[in-house]
Design a binder for this molecule. Structure first.
Ligand code: PLP
Ligand code: COI
Length: 336
């Protein structure tokens, strides 16, 4: 076990020992290799550099109460990576290759998986890039899939204490995440201006509205949004929201807890009707929202200084499964 201050980890890159790589060359994926090299050498005309032919994933491994290491819903990340690759005309990995490379990367860096009870976990970042050269706008003929890992703590410094969110109608993220079912790194660059603007106003997270009419909630920074009202878990349905695997899991758990689940367009004004709100994602887990400020309407919607009761229940249910504290009735975990 590495000498790391697990309890005080933030969400950043901490060097680990190994990463795993495979190239698509001459019509096939090569057998993955394990390397300690943190750099990539590629052609200066690689399509990932010029035309954004790249997609990434994010998932976590947890060390459980029983000492076992669990990957959460890795097949879902594999399928989303395949959809992203198809959308960007990249060579998709097979689900088996993706899962195998994730497992290899986690096993090779076993000493970096945070101990149970520290609140930290091992963040896993699979990345698919077009490495072959093109000058015309055409798909590459060579691709690299790689997986690196890094131990992480909470995404927001506040941890499970509610965050402050600001609505941004001014900076467009451009078609964020392509069509709403792919996870494209290049699109994140278009959200940096908005994120920096939010931070400069004193808000760790920005809320995006639908890019067409600015009437409906899309999502919050790098996380999906949910609100709770009168026994319902309400989350936006929108073509420009990334289909979060965490949100998908929470919809299942919410129904199990007796909440009605509504996935539909959510108008901004509905913020006034929620008793609780939260941001959810692999990195964000559940980050309860304390308030949402709408600078254009000069209105603040508040939800309190501590996490609401449903957010606590949902968090406990999700974390319980991920850390092996409770049963895993849907078979979401892969033990490695
Ligand atoms: N929304 C965006 C824009 C994201 O980047 C992420 C992170 O992956 C999410 C939502 C949450 O998705 P997931 O729960 O699959 O990590
Ligand atoms: C995730 O939750 O995995 C994300 O991708 C968020 C972010 C760090 C990009």
């Amino acid at each position: 076990m590495e000498n790391i201050d697990w309890g005080n980890l933030g969400f950043g890159y901490l060097k680990t020992d190994f990463n795993v790589r495979s190239y698509w060359r001459d019509g096939k994926w090569e057998t993955p290799t394990v390397t300690s090299d943190e750099t990539i050498t590629m052609h200066m005309a690689a399509t990932c550099l010029h035309y954004g032919q790249e997609a990434f994933e994010g998932l976590k491994a947890f060390r459980g109460k029983d000492g076992l290491v669990r990957l959460f819903r890795v097949e879902e990340n594999a399928r989303r990576m395949i959809r992203s690759a198809e959308y960007l005309r990249m060579q998709p990995p097979t689900e088996e290759l993706f899962v195998e490379m994730v497992k290899t990367a986690v096993r090779a860096n076993e000493k970096y998986i945070p101990p149970y009870g520290t609140g930290a976990s091992l963040y896993i970042r699979p990345l698919l890039i077009g490495t072959g050269p093109q000058v015309g706008v055409k798909p590459a003929e060579e691709y690299m899939l790689m997986v690196f890992v890094t131990p992480v703590g909470p995404y927001y410094k506040t941890g499970f204490n509610p965050i402050k969110v600001i609505i941004d109608r001014s900076h467009d993220r451009s078609a964020p995440h392509g069509t709403g079912h792919v996870k494209v790194g290049g699109n994140y660059a278009a959200s940096l201006l908005s994120g920096d603007w939010g931070h400069s106003q004193g808000y760790p997270s920005v809320m995006y509205l639908d890019s067409c009419e600015k009437k409906y909630i899309d999502e919050c920074g790098a996380a999906n949004f949910y609100g709770i009202r009168d026994g319902s878990y309400i989350t936006p349905k929108s073509t420009s929201v990334l289909p979060s695997i965490t949100n998908k899991s929470l919809r299942t758990l919410a129904a199990d807890l007796g909440l009605k689940v509504e996935e539909r367009p959510v108008a901004v004004e509905e913020l006034a009707t929620f008793s609780e709100a939260g941001a959810c994602g692999t990195a964000a887990v559940i980050s309860p929202i304390g308030s949402v400020y709408d600078p254009d309407e000069q209105k603040t919607y508040t939800y309190g200084d501590t996490a609401g009761p449903w957010s606590v229940k949902l968090y406990d249910a999700l974390r319980g499964i991920q850390q092996g504290e409770t049963d895993d009735p849907y078979g979401w975990n892969t033990i490695i």
